[in-house]
Design a protein around this ligand. Sequence first.
Ligand SMILES: *Cc1c(COP(=O)(O)O)cnc(C)c1O
Length: 378
Amino acid sequence: MIKKNYILAPGPTPVPTEVLLAGAQETIHHRTPQFVNLQKETLEKAKMLFQTKNDVLALVSTGTGAMEAAVANTVAKGDKVIVVDGGKFGERWAQLCKAFEAEIDLIKLEWGDYVKPEQIKAALEKNPDTVAVFATHSETSTGTVNPIEEIAAVVKDYKALMVVDSVSGLLAEPLKMDEWHVDIVATGLQKGVMLPPGLALITLSEKALARVNECPNKNKYYFDLKKYSKKYPDSPYTAGVNQIYQLSAALKMIEEEGIENVWERHRILADATRAGVKAMGLELLSKKPGNVTTAVLAPVDTGKLTKLMRDKYGVTMAGGQDDYKGKIFRMAHLGYMGKFDTIIGLAALEMAFNEMGHKVELGSGVKAAEEVFLKEGV
Ligand SMILES: *Cc1c(COP(=O)(O)O)cnc(C)c1O
C-alpha cells in the first residue's frame, strides 16, 4: 500500500506549501536595507500573534532558546522565582532557572492538572520579592491549558514578571499579552505558526524591559536581549533570512484567515478529537484539556501503537513521556490542520487498536468527530 505521511504530533507540525516555497527564495544579505525592511515589516505584523504593541524579537533557535533568553535576562543568582511545573515543559522552566542559580519555589502539579490563581497568589504573598513567575500556556506533555489570563491578573499587582512559554499554545489558544498583563512571551515557530523548526520569537513588556536593564546576571551572550532590542529591527548576529521569508508567508495566511478564526478552528478540531476518542471508550489525561494536543490514556502500549501508526499507516502521533511513557498517546490538532486531518487520525487509531487486539468499533470515533463538524457547520 502506498504510504502518505501525516504529522499529527504537537511539533514540528505540517508546513504549508506557500511557506515552504517562500523559504526557497534567494538568500539575500542580512545587512541590506531590503532585508532589514522585510524583517521590520514581518516582526511588526507578528505582534498580532501575541496581541501586543511590544516589539517582537526574532532569535535563530528553537523555542527553548527563547525560554533561556527569558530566564537569562531577568534572573540572577539567588533571585526568587516561582515556577509552575505541570509536566515536561514546566520542568524545563525549573531546569533553566536552576541553571541560572535562582531560588525556586516550585508549584508541582500532578500531570494533567492545571495551576490555580490562588496557588500563585499564595506563593507571591510568601515571597513578595519574587522576580518572576514562569508558567506554561499549553503544557504539551499532558495536553493541558493553564489559565494564563487569571494568573497574570494576580501577578500584575506584584513586583514579579509574568513569563509565559507559549511555544505550543500560540494560535491554538487565545493569548492577549497586553490586555492580560503578560510580561514576557516566548515561542517557537514550528508549532502553531507552521514554520519548519529553527526560528523563535520573544516579546517583552515595559515592566520586563526595565527588569532586563537592571538584571545583574552577566552569564549570557548569544541570548543577551539588550543587544536584540538595541539593534531592532536589525539583528545582532546573522538573521534567519529565509525563515523570515517563511514567517512573512505564514503571517499572510494567518491574517487572511483571521486570528479569531484560527483560535476557533483549533477549538473545533480539539472538540472533535475529544469527542472521537471518548466515543472509542477512551479517557483523557487532562483535567483542563486544551486545543493543542489531546493526551489520551490508552489500554495498549502506546509506544507500540504510535510506532504501528507511523511505520505502517504513515500517521505520526506522539507517545507519552516520563511516567506516562507507553501509557498515553497525544494526537495533535496544531497549526496547518483541517477537519480531515482529524478524521485521518481517528480512523488510524480505530484501525491500530483493532490490529493490536483491543476492540474498538470501527467508525465510532470518526462518527463522533463528524457530528461535531456538522454541528459546528464547518
Ligand atoms: C515544543 C515546546 C517547547 C520548545 O521546544 P523546542 O524543541 O526547543 O522548540 C517548549 N515548550 C512547549 C510547551 C513546547 O510544546
